[in-house]
Design a protein around this ligand. Structure first.
Ligand code: BES
Ligand code: MN
Ligand code: ZN
Length: 479
């Protein structure tokens, strides 16, 4: 999908030739003297149109306008959420009419971030997954012209949103692929493919190298599958070498059966999404490739399956992590923390300014926060504030959770330095407390995206979250 930014008012946009024109109307909209204004005023007066977000009115071949279809859409007070709702509803109407060329016009000047919201919402509403269909019917909307009065002022927000869309769609593609089309090896291939964009570099380590590093915890998860693990190291070197990088660490469990502590059959297919943290790291790099900001970023992905064969790790087994800490694996289904802890230790070598790990880590986080906000865990107030703010500005929300030491009580064991589970209560927090043990050397935050990374039911599919949040965070770090 191709995006373009243009400054126009309602008189100007009336001349734009396109298959559909979406006009976003604020509740305080004051009609001018142009054709489009008159039409809107009439429709409002007749009660055919409301400015409530989500309400749309479609008009075919409107007289005096160059577009084939006009979609009038209310955005209420014009918040980011209002704009998202409106663009989603209007795009659905346009999609039904097989629109290729779309124009979106803010009737009044948008807020800085809502222009980006419109870009991301139209991409979201028109996204189609096709990779494993025999007769793919791809996305219909191809060209999107976005604008409004003073649109040129919002060029940076527009560019960020277009880059975010490229990243989100790369993340969605890999997350949506079934596990047999997204093995650790294939995921490493996806990471390698990003090196076609300078200045991205990528190294991939296999079982031998990972063993040499002493990643006994990561290896324990992978040992129950015939698919070999991959440890993926991505570099985006946009700034001078002396600038400390931000490290993003993604959980890349390409399928989580639970291992010997096997999961119930219902919805187990959704555990192909257990690499959404990894997909978000790939997505961020794809977005950085578009924007080319002057920062340094390292991406680490621990990719493996969590399966069950004769060599699978057993409950009660004790393994030695790269940090030297021994871990008693009481539940083989708490594997995310086992792959992440070694990746976190590996991150030390980059002397990072901050490390953020992203993981579909716990069902408990889904219970706590649902699908609206990702769980944010950090003992560092500055880092936590920066991530919260990035979430708000990109409409990719998170919520800070506690990290009191008392939550780590359950992780004590008689047989190792730490156990990998600590009881059901506060499960998202005990998981974070486990990870925290491996982050002494740098400021660290953890995003539990178990509830936000994908949707279930009829709309089953990856969301591409939290690519927009991470991108906003990284860009703000250089401002
Ligand atoms: N990948 C799952 C977490 C998950 C479950 C994400 C459901 C989204 C939906 C993770 O590996 C897991 O199985 N966690 C266990 C931990 C438990 C054994 C302490 C969980 O949440 O049940
Ligand atoms: Mn699991
Ligand atoms: Zn998992």
């Amino acid at each position: 999908m191709n995006f373009e930014l243009k400054t126009f008012d309602l008189a100007g946009v009336a001349e734009e030739k396109c298959d559909a024109l979406i006009v976003l109307l604020n509740q305080t909209f004051k009609p001018g003297k142009d054709v489009l204004s008159k039409l809107v005023a009439q429709a409002l007066k007749a009660g055919d149109l409301e400015t409530k977000p989500g309400k749309v009115l479609m008009i075919y071949q409107p007289v005096g306008l160059a577009c084939s279809r006009l979609v009038l859409a209310g955005i209420g007070a014009g918040s980011a959420e209002d704009v998202r709702k409106a663009v989603t509803a209007a795009t659905a109407a346009a999609k039904a009419a097989s629109v290729k060329k779309l124009t979106i016009c803010f009737a009044s000047a948008p807020q800085n971030e809502t222009l980006g919201t419109a870009v991301m919402a139209v991409a979201e509403a028109s996204y189609v997954y096709t990779t494993t269909k025999s007769k793919p019917e791809g996305r219909v909307i191809q060209q999107v012209l976005v604008g409004g009065p003073t649109a040129a002022l919002f060029k940076p927000a527009f560019d960020q949103a277009v880059a975010a869309v490229a990243g989100i769609e790369f993340a969605k593609e890999w997350a949506n692929r079934p596990a047999n089309y997204a093995t650790p090896t294939l995921l490493a291939g996806a990471a390698k493919s990003l090196t076609k964009f300078a200045p991205i570099k990528c190294d991939v380590l296999g079982p031998k190298e990972v063993e040499k590093l002493g990643m006994g915890s990561f290896m324990a998860v992978a040992q129950g599958s015939k698919e070999p693990l991959r440890f993926i190291v991505l570099h985006y070197d946009g700034a001078v070498k002396s600038q400390a990088p931000t490290v993003l660490v993604g959980k890349g469990v390409t399928f989580d059966s639970g291992g010997i502590s096997i999961k119930p059959a219902a919805d187990m297919d959704e555990m192909k999404f257990d690499m959404c943290g990894a997909a978000s790291v790939l997505g961020v790099f794809r977005a950085l490739a578009e924007l080319k900001p002057a920062i340094n970023v390292v991406g680490l992905i621990a990719a493996s399956e969590n399966l069950i064969n004769g060599s699978a790790v057993k409950p009660g087994d004790v393994v030695t992590s790269m940090s030297g800490q021994t871990i008693e694996i009481l539940n083989t289904d708490a594997e995310g923390r086992l792959v992440l802890c070694d990746a976190l230790t590996y991150a030390e070598r980059f002397k990072p300014r901050a490390v953020v790990d992203i993981a579909t880590l716990t069902g408990a986080c889904v219970v706590a926060l649902g699908a609206v906000r990702s769980g944010l865990f950090s003992a560092d107030d500055t880092l936590a504030a920066a991530l919260l703010a990035a979430g708000e500005s990109s409409s990719d929300l998170c919520w800070r959770m506690p990290l009191d030491d008392a939550y780590a009580e359950g992780l004590k064991t008689n047989f190792a330095d730490v156990a990998n589970v600590g009881g059901r209560a506060g499960g998202a927090i005990t998981a974070a407390k486990f990870l925290e043990r491996f982050t002494e050397k740098f400021p660290w935050a953890h995003l539990d995206i178990a509830g936000t990374a994908w949707k279930s039911g009829a709309a089953k599919g990856a969301t591409g979250r939290p690519v927009a949040l991470l991108l906003a965070y990284l860009l703000a770090s250089v401002k």
